[in-house]
Write a protein that binds this ligand. Structure first.
Ligand SMILES: [Zn+2]
Length: 169
């Protein structure tokens, strides 16, 4: 970071009064390390967000508080995976399905906190799940099919987002 001209220029322009304050991300587009997400506690180090790292006191001393990409996405309502669950059997099993989804979500978040379920809502005969990542949506549908059988269909859009349907009558 010391050789980053953008950072040096931004600092000198802003003056020395707030050297320790504003997140470096805003000035340079690169987040200084270590950083932690103020919302979910994920730790950013060696350019990767992880939620399985412990926040030690040594780490806290120099930490930058920010929002991880998943929390930013979640609060903006952005998603790359959309799953529609339908069919009589599927809706009857809503609780079991929710548990299965929560399991897959928890496992994904442990190593890749940027992959998560944004919302899981039932509206009448349709149960809709939104995720920040198309890969997580794909994995959830794969797991639902494995656990409850039924039928799955996947449709990837040009922008890389996934729309998937899992159904069992
Ligand atoms: Zn977060």
């Amino acid at each position: 970071m010391k050789t980053d001209k953008g950072l040096v220029r931004a600092k000198s322009r802003k003056g020395s009064a707030d050297n320790k304050a504003a997140p470096a991300e805003k000035r340079t587009g690169r987040l200084s390390e270590p950083a932690a997400c103020e919302r979910c506690g994920a730790i950013f180090s060696r350019r990767v967000w992880r939620s399985d790292r412990r926040v030690t006191k040594a780490l806290l001393d120099g930490i930058t508080w920010t929002r991880c990409p998943a929390c930013k996405q979640a609060s903006a309502g952005e998603y790359w995976g959309r799953i529609v669950i339908r069919g009589g059997y599927a809706l009857e099993q809503e609780e079991a399905i929710r548990k299965r989804i929560a399991n897959v979500d928890a496992r994904a978040q442990f190593t890749q906190p940027e992959r998560r379920v944004v919302s899981a809502e039932r509206n009448g005969a349709v149960f809709e799940v939104l995720t920040t990542s198309q890969k997580l949506a794909h994995r959830i549908v794969h797991e639902l099919k494995k656990a409850f059988r039924g039928r799955a269909a996947y449709h990837w859009s040009d922008d890389g987002s996934l729309f998937a349907v899992w159904e069992r009558d």
